[in-house]
Design a protein around this ligand. Structure first.
Ligand code: 0WK
Ligand code: 0WK
Ligand code: BGC
Length: 865
């Protein structure tokens, strides 16, 4: 027993000595966590460089867009073919995907050799070889003549501009085929396949093996957003935010980025970590100076690294008594399988002895221990470096999501990761140490990236089908210039109808006279109250107007809520509520006793007989108070004030918000003769020549006409452009058949429901597209209507070219990102002889109502004199 312990002690001591010897010799290859954190930071910087438009051309880590924007969502289905080139084996696959809600699929594969003369021959032969293998596969699987979509896994750096196109940037690993670099490998494959009449495939997607691996694992685990290959070569991809990818249009959603991290350090960024062995290996490789990171990590190179180290140690007498063998001098003589065998937990040392003996090296026990440790250091460094770069990607994902802690899944494949005895465990351990705030699941891809390529094709299919449905749903919203011209002409016709006595009654555009005949001339002065009802907010305002040199308008206002039950209650309740708000305001301003003149902005269609009389034609927007339609709203307000019997007001004017807006802007710009509201509702007014207004006496001067263009089309004149969604929204509205300028939001919701969208990231992009289509149409229609009005003004003035200002207000115009621009562009296109300035009303129509009140008062006083 004592002898056994003595033996064990001897062996442990001997082992420690050898390990120390090798640790000293390969000191530079043993990377501390600080060094790994530094590599992580360097790689994070490289990623940013690769994503940047200006920095990408000089970046070594190319961050190639893959045009894969979404992971499988389980609704994919169908039969797909896939070919997988670039790893240690060339494979052809048939993938059946079933949308049975159980994420089930069936994979049939066949492996084909990759002879040296093919992978180091010329391009035409390579693609012909792929086509012949595919022909053989389809024959084997009785798929000849069956039209099938195909996903092409091509594991080399390709610059893609779309999913089914990719230009090879450079060969890597053991591939070096002439005439392929800088060409589109998809069209080369298509050409080769076309030579075979028995094959009828549609190459729909080109994917990198990392992307294929992520998709394969993503089919089983929707959290998988990273794909990692540690095999013949090494590389990783991950889902990046579109807003960070300068090289691709769009900011919405995410896209998978193929990092091509193998090239990390090709600009010298890792030279302080590369050893003489790395430099020697690189010089002897197929592509010196490139893929330097890969050459420190992947299985194509680790065996050779070990050989170079053993060779130098032997020459320095540290191994095998300094006796070198021919085999040890031979490049490529030690392969990854040898390194893995030597590192096996139990039989590692005996494997080492066997392998070294096969290399004619007659190793001692010390030699075996030392050589085994050389393998450990080389493969450990590989796992460490991989972990550092992966940790950089995980950190970026967590930061993109603005999370303190993140759970995610990394899909992995590759011979080194799968077959090396310790590699996976080491990698997981180091990653978790480097990014403790990431809860990472490592998911091994069992079916290979070919399935992933089929998934990408299936998703492309699903997205293409969805695109078709979206285009079909949105097509009616795309209005051509001709259609807009037609709308403009129809609006013009309706304007004329509304102005003519015999047609006014049946006109859908009511063209209501406002009895506002003048715009402010700067002599207005005094204190005025104003109410502003009908927009998003109900406001009560006190407006102080100064005239002369110190001409100015001061406003104090308070916003009050109008609860739904008041908006849709009784008329009495509504006006009592309005008076209540006035009372609160007067209280708040301490002017309860003052009998101030009041201008009432009432943003609904009112037939007026004078400036202070207005009969409600019909409620619009969200209002539906009873006993109001057909009533004079000024009387109803006076009634309510009387009912309250607390204060008295001199209601001088009732104006539409379009008129108030025109006045507010007219006070600054006398050229402003049009008022436009694009908000909860939409409407426009303009100064019309009295001679054209047949329902009002007099031919001199102008009067502001409240067009109430919201009713445009209620007579069916634009049914040709109204979509089924418009009809549905109308039927569900408070006043079906009226006001066809319905609220855009409702249409969006209806369309999304019909597209059967619940809420994934993909959906948000579609949601945005639907919103874009609906709001663009709204702005274009608004533009077409306005073009009709400015054209009429131009003709009224009988001028070739008209300069005019439009005062505009409303949350849609103010807040929507594109509405105002599309509106301006449409008017410019449809009324080229009109130079239209859009002036945003900062102060709201309440100020305008006060100005109208002031003008009315001024005219009244002049009349008195
Ligand atoms: C299996 C994948 C394939 C990838 C390979 C990498 O299906 O696309 O290229 O892993 O590992 P290797 O065969 O190079 O060890
Ligand atoms: C602000 C005006 C108000 C008008 C409103 C329309 O002061 O009179 O009704 O704009 O915009 P909305 O609030 O409906 O978006
Ligand atoms: C290639 C990558 C590939 C990786 C793993 C590298 O040499 O450049 O495109 O993903 O090997 O196969």
């Amino acid at each position: 027993m004592f002898a056994v312990h003595l033996l064990a002690f001897h062996f442990t001591k001997l082992k420690e000595d050898q390990i120390k010897k090798v640790d000293r010799y390969l000191y530079h290859m043993r990377l501390s966590d600080d060094v790994l954190l530094d590599v992580m930071a360097r790689f994070q910087a490289e990623m940013v460089k690769g994503l940047g438009r200006d920095t990408n051309p000089t970046a070594t880590v190319k961050m190639l867009p893959s045009f894969v924007r979404s992971l499988p969502d389980g609704s994919e289905k169908g039969d797909f073919l896939a070919v997988d080139l670039g790893g240690s084996q060339f494979r052809a696959h048939q993938v059946k995907v079933f949308d049975d809600g159980k994420q089930s699929s069936q994979l049939e594969s066949k492996f084909y050799p990759t002879p040296k003369e093919v992978i180091q021959g010329n391009g035409a032969e390579l693609f012909d070889y792929i086509a012949e293998c595919l022909l053989d596969f389809t024959e084997t699987k009785n798929l000849k003549h069956k039209k099938l979509p195909l996903g092409f896994t091509f594991s080399f750096p390709c610059k893609q501009t779309k999913l089914d196109e990719g230009v090879l940037l450079a060969w890597t690993k053991h591939f070096k085929v002439r005439g392929v670099q800088d060409t589109d490998v998809v069209s080369s494959l298509r050409k080769a396949l076309q030579k075979h009449k028995d094959i009828d495939v549609d190459v729909l997607a080109l994917v990198n093996d990392t992307v294929g691996t992520m998709m394969t694992c993503g089919y089983d685990d929707q959290r998988c957003e990273v794909g990692l290959i540690i095999g013949t070569g090494t590389n990783a991809c991950y889902m990046e935010e579109m807003r960070h990818i300068d090289l691709v249009e769009g900011d919405e959603g995410r896209m998978c980025i193929n990092t091509e991290w193998g090239a990390f350090g090709d600009d010298g960024a890792l030279d302080d970590l590369r050893t003489e062995f790395d430099r020697e290996l690189d010089l002897g490789s197929l592509n010196p100076g490139r893929q330097l990171f890969e050459k420190m990590i992947s299985s194509l190179y680790l065996g050779e690294l070990v050989r170079l180290i053993l060779l130098k140690m032997t020459k320095e007498g540290l191994l095998f008594n300094g006796k070198v063998s021919t085999a040890l001098l031979t490049k490529g003589k030690i392969e990854m399988k040898h390194v893995s065998a030597m590192e096996k937990y139990k039989e590692g040392l005996s494997n080492t002895k066997e392998i070294l003996t096969e290399l004619n090296l007659f190793p001692s026990e010390e030699d075996c221990i030392a050589v085994q440790h050389v393998c450990t250091i080389v493969s450990f460094r590989s796992a460490n470096l991989c972990a550092a770069a992966l940790a950089a990607i995980l950190t970026r994902l967590r930061e993109n999501k603005k999370l303190l802690r993140m759970r995610t899944t990394v899909g992995i494949d590759g011979g080194l990761y799968k077959t090396h005895p310790q590699y996976a465990k080491r990698l997981h351990k180091v990653v978790r140490r480097l990014v403790p705030n990431c809860d990472v699941r490592f998911l091994l891809s069992v079916s290979g990236s070919g399935k992933g390529a089929a998934m990408v094709t299936a998703v492309a299919y699903r997205l293409a089908a969805q695109r078709k449905r979206i285009d079909a749903a949105l097509a009616p919203f795309l209005l051509s210039l001709e259609t807009l011209q037609e709308v403009k002409n129809k609006m013009r016709t309706e304007l004329e109808y509304g102005l003519k006595r015999e047609t006014q009654a049946s006109a859908s555009v009511k063209m209501l006279p406002t009895y506002v005949c003048g715009t402010p001339d700067g002599t207005e002065k005094g204190k005025f109250l104003a109410l502003d009802l009908g927009g998003t907010n109900f406001r009560v305002l006190l407006v102080k107007i100064r005239s002369g040199r110190r001409r100015s308008v001061q406003m104090y206002n308070k916003i009050f809520a109008i609860p739904l039950e008041i908006m849709q209650g009784t008329g009495e309740e509504l006006f009592d509520h309005i008076v209540q708000c006035i009372a609160d305001f007067l209280e708040y301003m301490g002017i309860k006793g003052a009998r101030l003149p009041l201008g009432f902005t009432f943003s609904f269609p009112c037939r007026q007989a004078s400036i202070d009389k207005g009969t409600l034609v019909g409620w619009t927007k969200g209002f539906k108070a009873t006993d109001c339609e057909g009533e004079d709203v000024v009387d109803m307000l006076r009634e309510a004030i009387r009912r309250r019997n607390e204060f008295d007001l001199d209601i001088v004017a009732v104006v539409n918000d379009t008129v108030g807006t025109m006045m507010t802007c007219g006070y600054e710009d006398p050229n402003c003769e049009i008022g436009l509201i694009a908000g909860t509702g939409s409407n426009v007014c303009y100064m019309e020549d009295m001679k054209n207004i047949e329902i009002v006496e007099g031919n001199e001067g102008k009067m502001c006409i409240n067009t109430e263009w919201g009713g445009f089309g209620d007579n069916g004149c634009i049914d040709n452009i109204r979509t089924k969604y418009d009809k549905e929204v109308d039927e569900g509205s408070l006043n079906p058949g009226k006001q066809s300028d319905r609220l855009a939001l409702l249409q969006v919701r209806r369309i999304l429901q019909q597209l059967g969208l619940d809420s994934t990231c993909e959906d948000s992009i579609i949601v945005k597209e639907v919103c874009g289509a609906v709001s663009k149409r709204a702005a274009q229609l608004c533009g077409a209507g306005l073009a009709a009005i400015v054209e009429k003004k131009r003709e009224n003035q009988g001028v070739e070219h008209l300069q005019i200002t439009v005062g505009v207000d409303g949350t849609l115009y103010k807040l929507h990102p594109h509405f105002s621009r599309v509106l301006r562009e449409t008017v410019k296109e449809l009324a080229p002889q009109c130079d239209v300035t859009f002036m945003l009303s900062e102060d709201g129509s309440g100020k305008g109502a006060a100005l109208i009140t002031a003008v009315a008062k001024r005219l009244h006083n002049v009349g008195q004199k």
